[in-house]
Design a binder for this molecule. Structure first.
Ligand code: PEP
Ligand code: MN
Length: 267
């Protein structure tokens, strides 16, 4: 097999820049916001809080890959427009999931980082398409993907020329049913040891239960993660999607304060 681009050949890891935010550098990066962009007023009030708490990048889904076709599918292009507006107003980068190759080109004007969701990790046409851009990409692990398949998905993007790839562990399907997914922190430790890409953790989809998010966030950082992607809302119970795993601004504050206290030397 040829040497892969994701392999750590020279002991150096890659840092990915999203505007002024560096993922994979010294500082842990926190991406947060609601599962879905709901409307401008809710989004701007969330964004202002996130800014105050020291969150680095705002998340919000515009195209939502829901299990049921009858569930809220997101505001689509209108959602991207809202994200752009609030990103400019609060002065923070924004990330959103793109699901369709036809939406890749247009999204440059609205968002600063493209999220490839778990359901699309195997969508090789989409991976190739985002590989042709120079946008930073957050590649979530497929819910039943092995680490090898996930790394090859990253390789698909990088082979097209785009080396700005950040991996995101978001839990995998196992026989366990008490939690939505099983957060595989082995994957984080292994990628940090052997591969060159930054890796962050999504404890929201990783657990599906908001009460578990603080502990699993801190466990993720302790395992070596470069950051976190966490679903949060000003009124978590009223979130239009994934309410059960969405945390309050107060909980997010606690997580950020505790992440700052962790200073682990892995060398
Ligand atoms: C999300 O981040 O909102 C999302 C849909 O995540 P995943 O693709 O990991 O299910
Ligand atoms: Mn979600």
């Amino acid at each position: 097999m040829n040497k892969l681009l994701v392999e750590n050949t020279d002991g150096g890891s890659v840092a990915v820049h999203v505007k002024n935010v560096i993922i994979g550098g010294k500082e842990k990066v926190v991406i947060s916001g609601p599962c879905a962009v709901e409307d401008y007023d809710i989004m701007i009030s969330i964004a202002r809080k996130l800014k105050k708490l020291g969150v680095d990048i705002i998340r919000g889904g515009a195209f939502k890959p829901r299990t049921s076709p009858y569930s809220f599918q997101g505001l689509e292009n209108e959602g991207l427009k809202i994200l752009k507006k609030i990103g400019e107003e609060v002065g923070m980068p924004v990330i959103s999931e793109i699901m369709d190759t036809r939406d890749v080109e247009g999204c440059y004007n609205y968002i600063d980082m493209i999220q490839i969701g778990s359901r699309n990790m195997y969508n090789y046409s989409l991976l190739k398409e985002v590989g042709k851009t120079n946008m930073p990409i957050l590649l979530k692990r497929g819910m039943s993907a092995t680490i090898e398949e996930w790394l090859y998905a990253a390789e698909y993007i990088m082979a097209e020329g785009n080396k700005s790839v950040v991996l995101c562990e978001r839990g995998i399907r196992t026989f366990e049913t008490y939690t939505r997914n099983t957060l595989d922190l082995n994957a984080v430790a292994l990628i940090k040891e052997r591969y060159r890409l930054p890796v962050i953790v999504d404890p929201s989809h990783g657990t599906g239960i908001r009460e578990l998010v603080t502990r699993m966030s801190l466990a993720a950082i302790t395992a070596g993660a470069d950051g976190l992607e966490i679903e949060s809302h000003i009124v978590p119970d009223e979130a239009m999607s994934d309410a059960a795993q969405t945390i309050s601004m107060e909980t997010l504050k606690t997580i950020i304060q505790n992440v700052k206290k962790l200073n682990i030397d892995f060398s």
